[in-house]
Design a protein around this ligand. Structure first.
Ligand code: SF4
Length: 499
């Protein structure tokens, strides 16, 4: 067994933010990895910075210098924790992986922050995971019965235990053995003493791209993380593909036996999660969002004077809508970009003002106008209600809300933070009732076929849907073993961190 030890470094704790108040679905995580570069730690910090939108609760990096692994994990933003040279300097070595986290499984405490690290029989192993396993609790119970001791509440730890328990001998075979037992969505980056490994689940629900930085391989959730370090996009890691990067180059494998050979990439990545300057699954996100707006204008155009986005997430669709409808695009709502995510521990009264901290109506544009307001989605409807009220108070004569996705009627179990189904406005109200609730003159959502057209398909193939769209259609592409098996839905760990 190697003598690798994991030097413990400062657990700097900051206040978790209150991001859940903004009434959006939230992607859980971004991952990044780099193999054989003298600035691997710094490059990983930059990559995570570009992926900050995929998770703002915590971030971590594990590097390897050929002898030891080094670990820095912090609650809070990448920019608050990974900018000092003293921090980057501790991440020694030419290989590193990193993770930025928005927890859906497990509480925001340091022991859940990824990458997770373990000393296994064959040496050190670090892993970071974007996605969510739908059989994690079922697997965990089986592992505990065989003696596994879980430290975190993250379902990613399940992967480590499955690797540790595998009867295979080669490290990559043990990881493949572990991954083949998982259900749900995963885009994984892992670091062993000899290898950087990337893997996507057989349906490719969550994104993972491969880049090249002067002969050095890079893995990242989105291409914007390649851009920031000057790396070139090579290709997407394919659904069900495992890429193994060593000093001998890159080896690709397709080890999973599946009944279906087509992917079910998350279509919501195009609607909201991914950065508009990224390409995910081979397609530029901004272009898709503009086409969504064009589809929306064709499907549910209305007589109006101006098109106004709810910034920032509604902006590209509003541009597309305005161009297609031949209406002026105006910034009728201004977003304050300087609202600190840890601005305040909100009291109820301050929380009520939250939307005005972030958005303000631009009266000069709205007064006396018939306004088409474009947003990406409606989740609980709380923000929409306040935004519409704000636009009306600024003098808008009519407010017509257009939503750049179909109604979100169901929860996501694939690595996206969603409220319970009962809290989703569209699960308990018709579109007319929703229009009354948010007090608009008219409300329309993009059709599911319109969304598929925007991503380049002729429409949704009901027999074999080309994407995961379960939060719109309730058509889940994998088993939901933990739920359908009647498993007690609980945290994966009962320990409460009190300090
Ligand atoms: Fe994406 Fe919705 Fe599927 Fe979740 S359920 S992976 S958010 S499309």
């Amino acid at each position: 067994m190697s003598d690798n030890t994991l030097p413990s470094v400062s657990p700097v704790l900051a206040q978790p933010d209150d991001a859940r108040e903004d009434d959006h679905f939230h992607d859980e995580c971004g991952v990044f990895g780099v193999y054989e570069h003298p600035d691997a730690g710094a490059l990983t910090a930059l990559g995570l910075h570009a992926l900050q939108h995929r998770g703002q609760e915590a971030a971590g990096i594990v590097s390897f210098d050929g002898r030891q692994f080094y670990n820095e994990r912090h609650i809070g933003l990448v920019g608050d924790n990974f900018t000092k040279q003293s921090v980057i300097g501790r991440l020694k070595g030419s290989r590193a992986i990193g993770h930025t986290r928005y927890s859906t499984t497990g509480a925001p405490v340091l022991r859940n922050v990824q990458p997770l690290y373990a000393e296994l029989a064959g040496g050190g192993f670090a892993v970071a995971h974007n996605g969510n396993l739908t059989n994690a609790q079922t697997l965990q119970r089986a592992l505990q019965e065989r003696g596994s001791i879980f430290q975190s509440t993250s379902d990613t730890e399940t992967i480590i235990h499955l690797v540790a328990m595998s009867a295979k001998s080669a490290f990559v075979d043990r990881l493949i053995d572990a991954l083949s037992q998982l259900e749900g969505a995963y885009a994984v980056v892992a670091l062993s003493e000899k290898k950087l490994i990337g893997a996507r689940d057989p349906l490719g629900v969550r994104p993972l791209v491969l880049g090249d930085l002067g002969g050095t391989y890079v893995l990242a959730s989105e291409t914007c993380a390649l851009d920031i370090i000057g790396a070139h996009y090579v290709r997407d890691v394919e659904p069900g593909e495992v890429v193994v990067i060593t000093e001998n180059g890159l080896q690709s494998m397709k080890p999973f036996h599946t009944t279906s050979n087509h992917s079910r990439f998350c279509i919501f990545e195009y609607v909201y999660f991914a950065r508009p300057d990224s390409s995910v699954n081979g397609t530029n996100v901004y272009s898709v969002r503009k086409r969504i707006g064009e589809e929306l204008a064709r499907e549910s155009g209305v007589d109006a004077d101006i098109v106004v986005p709810v910034p920032d997430s509604g902006t590209p669709a509003a541009i597309g809508y305005a161009q297609e409808a031949g209406l002026p695009f105006e910034l009728g709502i201004i977003r304050n970009h300087y609202v600190g995510r840890t601005f305040i521990q909100p009291t109820d009264s301050i929380r009520h003002m939250g939307v005005k901290l972030k958005h303000n109506a631009n009266r000069a544009m709205l007064d006396g106008k018939r306004v088409v307001l474009v947003d990406d989605s409606i989740v609980r409807g709380t923000t929409s209600l306040k935004i519409v009220q704000m636009v009306r108070e600024a003098g808008a004569k009519e407010v017509h809300m257009r939503i750049a996705s179909p109604p979100t009627r169901d929860s996501c179990f694939y690595g996206v933070d969603t409220p319970e189904k009962s809290k989703l406005l569209a699960s308990r109200m018709s579109i007319e009732e929703m229009a009354d609730y948010i007090k608009v003159d008219s409300l329309a959502f993009l059709s599911i076929d319109g969304l598929y057209r925007a991503v380049g398909e002729a429409g949704r193939n009901g027999d074999a849907p080309q994407y995961c769209d379960a939060c719109f259609t309730s058509d889940y592409p994998t088993s939901l073993t933990d739920r359908s098996g009647g498993a007690e839905v609980r945290q994966l760990n009962r320990l409460v961190e009190v300090s």
